[in-house]
Each structure stands twice: as structure tokens, then as C-alpha cells.
Design a protein around this ligand. Structure first.
Ligand code: PHE
Length: 466
């Protein structure tokens, strides 16, 4: 780690920054949220529009965010303020990042609930390894319905749900309190490569044993009539969620990038890796869903209910299941760490407090909201906090946090970021940061200035009122 300026840390190498940013992007969003959203929104139309959004909207916005961060070398709101000041614009623009910081806090609160489910499954497979021995298939002798029933069983146990959520949050707080080089980087550098490898193996296994053909046609057949405003907004929201955009997370990490890192190229690597993992997840999960006769629109439980069924049939299933959920745990951790880092960096900078104190305060807030989110599956199942808004009618606290951030905060944050970077900020300063030249640079500028803000506004309006 090299210190630069006022005690601000930098990543120790270019690859460490890339891995950490990929670590932020790749997480439950890819494995859990992407298949669930694809299934709930009808498959092919959603998936192809999602890919389109990643390329034409997500990628340009990602580059915009990291470059704002690197220029400002601070927490997200302060970075925006600096770039605004250096461009002779009003400092009020920092509001776009403050909104993002708040959204990151909201995402963190429900993200850790799902992190808790992952911990639960680690426990299940661990006890299975002990009971059946390493050689036996996971859950030997158990029927598929039993395995499917594990998740509803967990949902019914309010105390366990809250406990697991708080446990996952506590681990996240531990890493963030240790700081960028001490905590976050370690997880990213050592665990991300391992994760990719294991994931690939499971996808290949699924391709040979599950209903791969049906999964392929489900995921990639484009049916234009299914592309409603709602589906489009869901796809944009998923693209942002998966790339960690619109919530100041990538701005915060951009501030830790070295001067000689080519941000254009790096953004391409981050988006490519993230999308590859999401598609791998789809290709791993849907063949099992179809082969086991599960319903594709099962919602948030899809990954947790389908994969264990496959592990049950595999040789060494308990061990593979254990390894797999352990990997997901770490992938989720590198994301939750970035979610907590954004508000924490803002807090310790703004109030001049220690990193640990800021972590503790933000963490306690997330614990309170997260408890409500965990209880949405049991005690508070009938509590619909924003039911007066049609988009959130009959939507429980957990789903409200999820929908509010992915379908409103993230797109709005991205629109403001595009306007700021494309129109307000000094083009010369931007050009020093983006690492693009020639046609690519022109294309990026056109996307950020015109295409992204317009497309996002249309999709947002269409999705809400259409
Ligand atoms: N991108 C992360 C995932 O896919 C979630 C996340 C969203 C992380 C926003 C940081 C900011 O799991």
C-alpha cells in the first residue's frame, strides 16, 4: 500500500484495484439476483435487454464513476465536489453522490440478509459432510422436496434469520474497519480467482447433467412482446445492481486507483467479468431448474433451491456444495464490504472520526434496517411500507428496499452522474482520466452525454407509469 496525500490509501497494484472492483461487482447480484430476476421477468427478453444495458449504459456509467473518484481522491460526495469545483461548477452536485451513499446503505441492509442465507447453507453442507462422510452424496436419502423446503424452513425461523443477518454484517464490518489494504484487498486478491474456477466447474457439470437445451432457449430466445416497460426497468436495475453503480461504490473505489491505471480498459474488464459470471450463473442454475421441474419464477429462492438439488446427485456432492457456498460467501463479502465502505468513507471524512467508529455507526444503522428486512419473511410478511406507491404495492420491507434502490436510486443516480460528467465537468479534466482515445473516446462521450441520460429517463418513466 502506498499512502498518497492526506492519509488517503491507494491500492497496492493495478491488479489489486481491478480485483477489488470486480469483487464489488461480482456477488449475490450475479448468482442470486440475476437468475431470480430473469425468471420473474420471463427469461430471454430480460436477459438480452440486460446485456444491451450493460454495454450501452452500464459500461459508460461505470467509467464515469471511477474517473470521478480518481480525480477527487476522496469519498464519493467529496470527489464530486472537487471535480465540480475544478470545473468551475457549483458544489451542489455532490448531492448525486450523497444520494448514492444513502442508497449503498439501503442495499447493504438487505444484502446481508441474503448473505445470512449463504451462511446457513454452508452450515447445512458442513453438517452433511460430517454425517455422510466425504464420499456420500449431499443429503443422501433426502427427497428433492425436502431440499427445496430448506429455505422456507429458514424463512420461518425469525430468530435464526435475524441472527445470520447480523453475523454476516459483523464480518463485513470487521473487514471495513481494518481498511482498504488490510482487509478488502486481501479478500479480493486471493479469493476471486478461486471463485471463478469453481464456478466454471459447476457450470460445466450442469451443462452435462441438467436440461441445458431448455435453459439455453429460455435464457436467450428474444420475444419482443415480452419486453414491457416493467421488464426493461428491471433489466436496467439489474445491470446497475450487478455493476455496483449509482450508489457511489465505484466512485469510492475509483479514488483508490493509481494514476497510471487505464480506467477505460479497467472498466471493460470489470463489466466483462461481471457479466460473464451472471451468465454463467444462469447457465448453471436454469438447467437444474428445468430438469428438477422447479418453477422458473420462484423468485429470490431460485439459486438456493435449485443448486442443492444438483449437489445431491453429484459424487462428492456435500463437499462440492460446501466449497460452492463458501465461495459465494466470499463473493458476497467482497460486495458487502464495498457497500459498507461507501457510507463509512463519507462518514469518517465528513465528521473526522476514526474508521472504526464510522464503521460501527453505519453498521448499527444497517443492523436495524436489516432486522426489519429479515423479518419480512416471517413476522413482518404483511407489512408493506410503501404500498401507496403503485410500483411497491403489496411489497414487503425487504423487496421495497431492493426495488427502491435498483429501480429508483440507481437509475436516478446514474442519470445525474451522466449529466455531471458529460455536461458539467470540464472536458479536459475528464479526458485526463478516462484512458480512451480516438473513436472509442467519441463513442463514450456521446453515450454519456446523450444516449444514457435519455434512455434511462425513458425507461424509468415507462417502467413506473407504463
Ligand atoms: N454488485 C454487487 C453484486 O452483484 C452488489 C452491489 C451493489 C455492491 C451496489 C456494491 C454496490 O452482488
Amino acid at each position: 500500500m502506498a499512502a498518497s496525500g492526506k492519509g488517503h490509501e491507494n491500492w497496492s497494484s493495478r491488479s489489486a484495484f481491478i480485483l477489488a472492483a470486480v469483487g464489488s461487482a461480482v456477488g449475490l447480484g450475479n448468482m442470486w439476483r440475476f437468475p431470480a430476476e430473469a425468471g420473474e421477468n420471463g427469461g430471454g427478453a430480460f436477459v438480452l435487454f440486460y446485456i444491451f444495458c450493460v454495454l450501452l449504459i452500464g459500461l459508460p456509467v461505470l467509467l464515469s464513476e471511477v474517473l470521478v473518484g480518481r480525480h477527487g481522491q476522496s469519498s464519493a460526495p467529496e470527489s464530486v465536489r472537487r471535480l465540480a469545483r475544478d470545473s468551475g461548477a457549483g458544489e451542489g452536485w455532490s448531492v448525486l453522490a450523497s444520494m448514492g451513499v444513502f442508497a449503498a446503505f439501503l442495499v447493504l441492509s438487505f444484502y446481508c440478509v441474503v448473505g445470512g442465507w449463504v451462511v446457513y447453507y454452508i452450515g447445512v453442507f458442513l453438517s452433511d459432510v460430517f454425517q455422510t462422510g466425504v464420499v456420500g452424496g449431499a443429503f443422501e436419502g433426502r427427497a428433492a422436496e425436502d431440499i427445496e423446503g430448506l429455505l422456507p424452513g429458514l424463512f420461518g425461523n425469525a430468530g435464526l434469520m435475524v441472527g445470520l443477518n447480523l453475523g454476516f454484517l459483523a464480518v463485513t464490518m470487521f473487514f471495513v474497519a481494518r481498511g482498504v489494504s488490510g482487509g478488502i484487498e486481501w479478500v479480493a486478491v486471493y479469493l476471486m480467482p478461486l471463485f471463478f474456477f469453481l464456478f466454471l466447474c459447476i457450470t460445466i457439470y450442469g451443462a452435462f447433467t441438467g436440461n441445458f437445451g431448455e435453459a439455453l432457449s429460455y435464457l436467450f430466445t428474444f420475444d419482443a412482446s415480452k419486453l414491457t416497460g416493467e421488464v426493461m426497468l428491471a433489466a436496467v436495475g439489474q445491470a446497475f445492481f450487478s455493476l455496483s453503480l449509482g450508489v457511489a461504490g465505484m466512485m469510492t473505489y475509483g479514488a483508490y486507483a493509481n494514476r497510471d491505471t487505464n480506467l477505460g480498459e479497467t472498466s471493460g474488464i470489470i463489466a466483462g467479468a461481471d457479466t460473464a459470471v451472471a451468465l454463467l450463473a444462469g447457465l448453471a442454475i436454469f438447467p437444474i431448474v428445468f430438469a428438477a421441474g422447479l418453477s422458473a419464477n420462484a423468485g429470490p429462492g431460485l439459486m438456493f433451491q435449485s443448486l442443492p438439488i444438483a449437489f445431491q446427485e453429484m459424487p462428492f456432492g456435500s463437499l462440492i456444495g460446501l466449497a460452492f457456498f463458501t465461495m459465494i460467501f466470499f463473493a458476497a463479502l467482497t460486495s458487502s464490504v464495498s457497500l459498507l465502505e461507501a457510507p463509512t468513507a463519507w462518514m469518517f471524512e465528513k465528521f473526522n472520526m476514526s474508521r472504526s467508529m464510522a464503521t460501527l455507526i453505519v453498521g448499527l444503522g444497517a443492523a436495524a434496517l436489516g432486522t426489519m428486512a429479515a423479518l419480512s419473511f416471517n413476522e413482518l410478511a404483511e407489512f408493506y411500507p410503501l404500498s401507496f406507491i403503485p410500483l411497491f404495492a403489496e411489497t414487503n420491507f425487504f423487496d421495497t428496499l431492493d426495488g427502491l434502490t435498483a429501480k429508483l436510486f440507481m437509475p436516478i443516480g446514474a442519470i445525474l452522474t451522466c449529466i455531471f460528467v458529460g455536461w458539467v465537468a470540464d472536458a479536459k479534466l475528464i479526458d485526463q482520466e478516462n484512458g480512451l482515445d480516438g473513436a472509442l473516446h467519441k463513442l463514450w462521450r456521446a453515450l454519456v452525454r446523450y444516449v444514457c441520460p435519455l434512455a434511462l429517463t425513458v425507461i424509468l418513466l415507462f417502467g413506473i407509469f407504463g
